[in-house]
Ligand binder design. Structure first.
Ligand SMILES: C[S@@+](CC[C@H](N)C(=O)[O-])C[C@H]1O[C@@H](n2cnc3c(N)ncnc32)[C@H](O)[C@@H]1O
Ligand code: SF4
Ligand code: SF4
Length: 351
C-alpha cells in the first residue's frame, strides 16, 4: 500500500527573539542563512498543495501541519493566521490538523483566542522549572525566559488549551527528573515530549543516542513511581502506537519511528527537506514550496537506503524505522534502541 505523508512542518522564518544555548539553527558554527519571511500567499500555496494531496484515497490518517523550524513562529503569527483562514475557505475535507511549537514568550490573550478559533494546537518549549529552563533558554541579552514562557502558558490555559510542552534533555534534567515531574504536576502540565539535543554548538554537551534511550526509560519509570497518571509522555505514547501496530512515522526524537521524506516533510522557508537536520544539504533537498506533495515524496524514494539488517530483525514490527541520520553515522549500532524497546515492552505490558 502507498505510504502516506502524515506530518508536514513549515518553518515560516529564520528569526528568533531568544538565543537558546543549544539551538541548532543559530549555532554559530553552522548558522542558518537569513531568509525572508514566507508571505501569506506562499504559506497558502503550501496549504493548497496539501489540500490537493488530502484528496487521494490512500490518505486515511490526518495530516498534521506543524508550524515549527528555524525561528520563532509567533514573530510572524499574522501571516500564519491569515494563510489558515484562506485555507479554511477552500478545504475539501477534515483530514488536516494544525499545530505550532513556540517559546510562548510572545503569546497574548488575543493570539491564544485566535488559535482556539482556528482549531490550532500549540505546544510550548519549556525545559522545566526556572533553574532548568533558564540554564539554556535565554534572551539575546542573557536573561532567562522562564517567566515570560510561563506567562504565555497562562494565556493558553485561560483559553482552555490542554498544556503540552517540548522539553530538551540535558545532563541537568537527567539528574533532576523527579523534581521535573513534580514541577509538571504542580503546574498542571498535561503532556511532555522529550527532545534529544542534536547538532548543538561544539561547547554544548550533547547526550549520546544510548544515553537518550536510558533517559526515556528512566523518565517513564519515575513518572510511574510518582503515580502521576495525568501526565502523558508523548514519546512513550508513540512507542505504544508502534507496539499496537498503528505507528506514527514522524521522527524518533519526538515519536518512535523515522518517516523522513516519505511520511514527513519539512519546509525550511522555500526549500523542502526530509528532515530539519538535513537542511542546506543539496543531497537531501527534495524540492521547492510550490511542488506537489506526491512529487516531493517520490523524490525521497531514490534517496533512502535499503536496509537488509532491518528485514532480519525480530523487532521490525515494533521498531518500524530508526533515524536515517543515525544509520549514516560511522559507528552506528541500533543496539541501544533494541534494548530500550525490549525493556519498555516489559514495563508496559508485562508488569
Ligand atoms: C528550533 S525550536 C523552533 C520553535 C520555537 N522557537 C521554540 O523554541 O519552541 C523547536 C524545538 O527545537 C528544540 N531545539 C532547539 N535546539 C535543538 C537541538 N540542538 N536539538 C534538538 N532540539 C532542539 C527547541 O527546544 C524547541 O522545542
Ligand atoms: S526559542 Fe526556539 S528557535 Fe529560538 S533560539 Fe530557542 S530553540 Fe532556537
Ligand atoms: S532522520 Fe532522524 S532526525 Fe530526521 S526525521 Fe528521521 S528520525 Fe528524525
Amino acid at each position: 500500500m502507498k505510504e502516506q505523508v502524515e506530518r508536514i512542518c513549515i518553518s515560516v522564518n529564520t528569526e528568533c527573539n531568544l538565543g537558546c544555548k543549544y539551538c541548532y539553527f543559530f549555532n554559530p558554527e553552522n548558522r542558518i542563512l537569513k531568509e525572508s519571511v514566507l508571505s501569506v500567499d506562499e504559506i497558502f500555496t503550501i496549504l493548497k498543495n496539501i489540500n490537493e494531496y488530502s484528496k487521494n484515497n490512500y490518505v486515511k490518517k490526518a495530516i498534521k501541519i506543524n508550524f515549527v523550524g528555524s525561528g520563532e513562529p509567533l514573530i510572524n503569527w499574522d501571516n500564519i493566521k491569515k494563510a489558515i483562514e484562506k485555507f479554511n475557505i477552500i478545504k475539501v475535507n477534515e483530514k488536516v490538523e494544525f499545530y505550532l511549537v513556540t517559546n510562548a514568550t510572545l503569546m497574548t490573550d488575543k493570539i491564544a483566542k485566535e488559535m482556539k478559533q482556528l482549531n490550532l494546537f500549540p505546544s510550548v518549549s519549556l525545559d522545566g522549572y526556572q533553574e532548568l529552563h533558564d540554564e539554556n533558554r535565554l534572551t539575546h541579552n542573557g536573561a532567562g525566559s522562564f517567566e515570560k514562557t510561563m506567562n504565555g502558558i497562562n494565556f493558553l490555559r485561560k483559553n482552555n488549551f490542554r498544556i503540552a510542552i517540548n522539553t530538551t534533555v540535558t545532563k541537568t534534567l537527567v539528574k533532576n527528573i523527579d523534581n521535573f515531574f513534580k514541577f509538571l504536576q504542580k503546574n498542571k502540565i498535561d503532556k511532555v515530549i522529550f527532545d534529544r539535543l542534536v547538532d548543538t554548538p561544539s561547547d554544548f554537551e550533547e547526550m549520546t543516542y544510548s544515553e537518550f534511550y536510558e533517559f526515556l526509560l528512566n523518565a517513564y519509570r519515575t513518572k510511574e513511581k510518582l503515580n502521576f497518571k495525568n501526565i502523558e509522555i508523548g514519546n512513550i505514547e508513540a512507542y505504544k502506537k508502534n507496539f499496537e501496530g498503528r505507528p506514527d512515522k514522524v521522527c524518533t526524537m519526538f515519536g518512535a519511528s523515522c518517516g523522513a521524506g516519505i511520511n514527513f516533510l519539512i519546509y525550511m522557508s522555500r526549500e523542502v527537506y526530509p528532515c530539519g537536520r538535513m537542511f542546506g544539504k543539496d543531497r537531501w533537498k527534495l524540492g521547492n514550496f510550490e511542488d506537489d506533495i506526491e512529487q516531493l515524496q517520490n523524490n525521497m524514494y531514490a534517496k533512502i537506503p535499503n536496509r537488509q539488517d532491518c528485514q532480519e530483525c525480530s523487532l521490525i514490527k515494533e521498531c518500524v524505522k530508526d533515524c536515517l541520520l543515525e544509520y549514516e553515522e560511522e559507528n552506528y549500532s541500533c543496539e541501544p534502541r533494541q534494548k530500550f524497546i525490549n525493556k519498555l515492552k516489559i514495563d508496559l505490558y508485562e508488569k
